[in-house]
Write a new protein. Structure first.
Length: 176
């Protein structure tokens, strides 16, 4: 009976060995796939412009060009044709070329020779940058004005493809 019992115990252990072996294989496969997944996720995160720093820099440079009234440089930050949402153009996006952008801002600087934009906040998230700023200048009659504006820029391949600008279309406040 002792021999039979020992044989049964050994047999149970032997029956468990394939189970233990297959469990170890499964655990090893899971560990390897977890390692590969983490490695791939790390490379995906590294290649994503999560912070939008390059886009943020472009927007800061765009505002510098605006304040210098360098309209060709200003327009160079936009795609050849970009979509604009601006109360001046109505309630829908309109497509404008770089040349049309240059013409618009050249006309604006002739009307308001001292026009400038002062950035108050920039928020970047991947391919989008939101800019909060105050536009100010002097009207032809000598009245100083200021207008709070928010613009959301969307980038593709380093260029602005969409410019959604929001401001109150009522007359701007007189500047102090």
């Amino acid at each position: 009976m002792t021999m039979f019992r020992t044989h049964r115990i050994n047999r149970r252990r032997a029956d468990r060995r394939p189970f233990l072996f297959s469990t170890q294989i499964i655990a090893a496969i899971l560990c390897m796939s977890l390692f590969v997944s983490c490695h791939q996720a790390d490379s995906i995160v590294t290649n994503m412009p999560a912070s939008g720093e390059a886009q943020k820099d472009s927007v800061e440079n765009l505002f510098n060009a605006f304040n210098a009234h360098d309209w060709p440089k200003f327009a160079s930050y936009y795609n050849d044709t970009a979509s604009f949402l601006d109360p001046e153009f109505g309630n829908s996006y309109v497509k404008k070329t770089r040349q049309e952008t240059i013409a618009k801002y050249s006309g604006m600087s002739q009307l308001f020779p001292d026009i400038k934009d002062s950035l108050t906040n920039l928020f970047a998230n991947g391919e989008s940058v939101a800019a909060e700023f105050i536009s100010s200048g002097t009207a032809p009659d000598g009245t100083r004005w200021m207008l709070p504006i928010v613009t959301v820029f969307t980038f593709r391949d380093g260029k602005i493809i969409r410019d959604a600008t929001y401001y109150d279309i009522a007359l701007p406040d007189a500047a102090p």
